[in-house]
Design a binder for this molecule. Structure first.
Ligand code: AHR
Length: 514
């Protein structure tokens, strides 16, 4: 009896302690940085069924389309909120010759897509089709030029073709191909992964090349290019240091990229998208959290060379990379997408928000049918993935003022390893509403969190949404009801300027407050 009393006393204390320790303080009076909506950007490469079958079906297709572009995909991405789209790669960018993709489609030359399945690329989707896609999506184009195997002249002429309103051979060519007005493309990648598939260059060599190519990619009329230099992979701090030191930051480039993929195991065995153990789930989440350290360290280097913060960090490839679905072409990188992937997206987006003073754009890889996709298609069918719903939920943070948060989180522990159970970010939009996103990474246990809106005397809870499912490997698939979607959420108690929130296990929540 005594023992039971003692035991139950200890238990209650530990419950009280564990609920008291989860706390988010939202500093409502300290917001000064905008969360650029471009942090919520996307990436589409000529890879597998991203472009062909994903976005592009051609005008003669029986699948409903406008000028060859799938209507269902455009509608879904507009619903989700797609601020920009990066194209044509990826590794494909540095073997792409843009002039092959203009003019009458039946006269365009073909090429071999050596990186992705060795398939024949017929170039039926080229510059005009991409610009029309961006127009239909109402998204900013982000074009990555070919520095690896293309010439300076080729890159220079592409920019002229897109942006000049003068009389010139390139503008004549554009007009002959049916486009009178320049498009005014702003975001311009000066090569992709030039340390690897984009030319296997050293940082020192690339820095010189990038300066040369950048010199000849000109500003036309009042359009100012925002040039994105190829940055490091993962923790290649030498690459970042060299580019910031030798690359003429702020003049030759306004942004520098970072690529980091979450891989549960390693490059040769990444792991299944849908069949995984708790140990693998834990490993995925801790590798995702590594993004925090990467951003912090790269930003520290940037701060030393660019204390005025003129250069943006552009995370133009990120997301989770699994083994391909059994039976699919290994070069097509087609993978399913579960609630685990949604958690990966939420954690990364919270981190980009946290560092939004430097992170000015990010592009998840890739939009349709490839890697951590928003959308999967199968002939005329379309599936919205759990990641789609996270992006739609986080639309609340687009162009809002980031409110710094202080987080005290209990740990999610497994076999002696631990990571914080909670991820969060907060922002205030122009209409005065405060949005708080909170995720509980623990797949086994609900968490109770107290949130203080410091700087306000009282707060009103307007509405909430939740993304969760019974199992962490739940996913949406063709021909069945959605298992993972956003639902309304109201497990919130308000007291003055504080809230208590009960977050179910493995869930992502959005709270709208006033
Ligand atoms: O997104 C797939 C590939 O990953 C891209 O082509 C390349 O840039 C990266 O290695």
């Amino acid at each position: 009896m005594e023992l039971k009393k003692l035991f139950s006393g200890v238990f209650i204390l530990s419950v009280l302690f564990s609920s008291a320790q989860n706390k988010i303080v939202v500093n409502t009076d300290l917001g000064k940085e905008k969360i650029s909506r471009h942090i919520y950007g996307h990436f589409s490469e000529h890879l597998g069924r991203c472009i062909y079958g994903g976005f592009w079906v051609g005008e003669d297709s029986e699948i409903s389309n406008s000028q060859g572009i799938r209507n269902d995909v455009v509608d879904a991405l507009r619903e989700m909120g797609i601020p920009n789209l990066r194209w044509p790669g990826g590794c494909f960018a540095d073997e792409y010759h843009w002039m092959d993709g203009i003019g009458p489609r039946d006269q365009r030359p073909t090429m071999i897509n050596t990186h992705w399945g060795g398939v024949t690329e017929d170039n039926s989707f080229g510059t005009h089709e991409f610009m029309e896609l961006c127009n239909q999506l109402d998204a900013e184009p982000v074009i990555c030029g070919n520095l690896g195997s293309g010439t300076v002249q080729e890159m220079s002429q592409w920019v002229e073709y897109l942006n000049s309103d003068n009389i010139s051979p390139m503008t004549d060519l554009r007009k002959a191909n049916g486009r009178e007005e320049p498009w005014g493309v702003k975001y311009w990648g000066v090569g992709n992964e030039n340390w690897g598939c984009g030319g296997s260059m050293t940082a020192e060599y690339y820095a010189n090349e990038m300066r040369r190519y950048s010199t000849y990619t000109k500003n036309y009329s009042d359009n100012r290019l925002y040039k994105i230099a190829c940055g490091p992979s993962d923790s290649d701090y030498h690459w970042m240091e060299t580019l910031m030191k030798n690359g003429n930051p702020g003049r030759s480039f306004q942004g520098i990229s970072l690529h980091y993929y979450t891989i549960t195991h390693n490059w040769s065995k990444k792991g299944s998208a849908t069949q995984f153990t708790e140990d693998e789930y834990f490993q995925t989440m801790s590798k995702t959290l590594f993004m925090d350290e990467l951003l912090r360290n790269h930003i520290n280097i940037m701060d030393r060379y660019d204390p005025q913060n003129r250069v943006g960090l552009i995370v133009d490839e990120w997301g989770i990379w699994h083994d391909v679905e059994p039976g699919t072409n290994p070069g097509f990188l087609y993978q399913q997408n579960t609630l685990r992937d949604a958690m990966v997206a939420a954690v990364n987006l919270d981190l980009f928000n946290k560092y939004c003073h430097r992170v000015k754009m990010a592009n998840i890889a890739q939009t349709v049918n490839v890697l951590q996709a928003m959308i999967l298609t199968q002939e005329a069918e379309l599936v919205k993935t759990p990641t789609f719903y996270v992006f739609k939920m986080y639309k609340a943070h687009h162009d809002a003022t980031m409110l710094p948060t202080d987080l005290v989180s209990e740990n999610y522990e497994l076999d002696g390893k631990s990571i914080p159970a909670i991820s969060t970010s907060a922002s205030k939009s122009d209409d005065g509403k405060i949005h708080l996103t909170i995720s509980n990474l623990n797949p086994n246990k609900a968490v109770n969190i107290s949130c203080e809106l410091r700087g306000l005397s009282k707060v009103a809870f307007e509405k909430g949404e939740i993304i969760t499912a019974e199992k962490v490997n739940a996913y949406n698939d063709f021909g069945k009801a959605e298992e993972v979607t956003a639902k309304s959420f109201s497990d919130v108690t308000v007291n003055g300027n504080s809230l208590t929130v009960n977050l179910p296990s493995k869930s992502i929540v959005l709270l709208e407050l006033n």
